[in-house]
Design a protein around this ligand. Structure first.
Ligand code: AMP
Length: 298
């Protein structure tokens, strides 16, 4: 690991820029100083999950840019774009406290001017799981992430394992399109009771929050059953679904065990697997996942 050489800026020194030109100028100056540049793309409403990426970036790189942009092109027509939580001042304060150098917070018209007409589509990986439930979602994600990577041109960009399929798609896109720079994926941050942190958790009532625990519980169940030697993957899938379906207020989109690279459902246990779940709880649509690793010598 490379240790940061530049001192983190004092909280007063964090830059907040809205235009591509301003972002590029500041980043070019950092690069000219020989600093390693990090990018943490976010949609804001920052919680401890986002901030774990920001903190890791601040530990590992010299100059950390955080983008805050609620990306309209990744929301479907009946999704929560208008209501998506926005907390800009609190986000800036949190970034300052972490030692972020630059926040890039463009307007929608900066990222998508009237004449905008180019989108990135990935075949295969985008068609399953979240892609099947949210048509067009990953087209919007891939397009905005490619734009952010082109604007910032980071040496390292940071993504959360919480959005497992998203980081897999971004890795594939960067490989397919020969994008320079490294992608680092950071672990999911959870509440003590297992609930994965999400900006959408704030939509949950107290009862719904309890119901939402069934997502992480069904993932743990899958991990326990498979690491204990269960070989009937379809049975484990049915058990995950049964746990979710018996929880009032949970409407399941999918609960499955897949190959961690292709994200295709598996039929037999393998050394590396990933359990994934998506469900609506109240008006919050939540996703979660858990990697499952079997020891090679069994
Ligand atoms: P978002 O603002 O939801 O687009 O998320 C921005 C980044 O934070 C993405 O790379 C997410 O995967 C990551 N992230 C969101 N929630 C968590 C979490 N609970 N733990 C770790 N990373 C997260």
């Amino acid at each position: 690991m490379r240790f940061a050489t530049a001192a983190r800026p004092s909280t007063a020194d964090m830059l907040v820029v809205r235009s591509v030109e301003d972002a590029r100028r500041e980043i070019a100056a950092a690069r000219a100083r020989g600093e390693e540049i990090a990018l943490v793309p976010t949609m804001g409403a920052l919680h401890a999950g986002h901030l774990s990426l920001v903190q890791t970036a601040c530990e590992e790189c010299d100059f950390v840019a955080v983008s805050i942009f609620v990306n309209p092109s990744q929301f479907g027509p009946n999704e929560d774009f208008d209501k998506y939580p926005r907390a800009f001042e609190a986000d800036l304060q949190a970034c300052r406290e972490c030692g972020v150098n630059l926040v890039f917070a463009p307007d929608v018209s900066t990222i998508y001017p009237d004449t905008f007409s180019t989108f990135v589509e990935l075949e295969g990986l985008s068609d399953v799981l979240e892609g099947r439930c949210r048509p067009g979602h990953f087209r919007g994600v891939a397009t905005v992430v490619l734009k952010l990577l082109n604007i910032v041109q980071p040496d390292v960009s940071y993504f959360g394992r919480k959005d497992y399929q998203q980081q897999a798609i971004i890795r594939r896109m960067c490989r397919d399109l020969d994008m320079p720079g490294e992608i680092r994926t950071c672990d999911t941050v959870r509440e003590l009771d297992g609930l994965a942190l999400s900006s959408r958790n704030r939509y949950l009532s107290d009862d719904e929050r309890i119901a939402a625990l069934s997502l992480s519980k069904c993932l743990k169940l899958a991990k326990q059953r498979l690491t204990a030697g269960e070989t009937d993957v379809e049975l484990v899938r049915r058990e995950m679904l049964a746990l979710l379906n018996k929880t009032r207020g949970v409407a399941v989109d999918y609960a499955t065990i897949a190959d961690p690279d292709s994200l295709a459902d598996i039929t037999a246990p393998q050394l590396e697997m990933i359990a994934l779940v998506a469900a609506k709880v109240g008006r919050a649509r939540l996703i979660d996942n858990l990697p499952i690793h079997l020891p090679a010598d069994r």
